[in-house]
Design a protein around this ligand. Structure first.
Ligand SMILES: [Zn+2]
Length: 141
């Protein structure tokens, strides 16, 4: 028997989540381990592991709702001054639950959260030629 992914269980109401928003396609709920107060997750109800598996209509629905939720969080949690919208799309990108989810992460000044880079990263800028070489590898789309 196939093991149900945790978020599918939330969709089926087999596992508890503090649900924030729900319609026929989308579910949003509070993150169990929030980076800041208000940290929420928004998922398509239909199971998909990666963004590329999502139907276009579905992910077109994710962002307007995410933005509405963010606006509401900013209204009720006044120390929120900014947001990160974050998707870990695959294990090496930090995905831990293998059902597509968009993080809505409220940010405040000096909250200590962020990406970290090696010092060398900041001094490494690609030339026009290097950027075009990579671009040409990627196109056509
Ligand atoms: Zn799932």
């Amino acid at each position: 028997m196939k093991k149900l992914v945790f978020f599918c269980k939330i969709v089926r109401k087999e596992t508890y989540a503090a649900i924030l928003y729900e319609d026929e396609d989308i579910l949003a709920f509070m993150d169990i381990k929030p980076i800041n107060e208000g940290h929420a997750l928004i998922i398509p109800k239909k199971h998909a592991v990666l963004v590329e598996e999502l139907d276009n209509e579905l992910y077109l629905k994710l962002f307007p709702i995410a933005s509405k939720i963010a606006k509401r969080i900013r209204d009720v949690i006044p120390e929120t001054t900014a947001f990160n919208y974050f998707i870990a799309d695959g294990k090496d990108a930090g995905q831990e639950v293998f059902h597509v989810h968009l993080h809505i992460i409220p940010r405040k000044p000096n909250d200590g959260f962020g990406f970290t880079f090696e010092e060398e990263y900041y001094n490494r800028l690609l030339s026009k030629k290097e950027r075009e070489k990579i671009r040409d590898k990627i196109i056509p789309i």
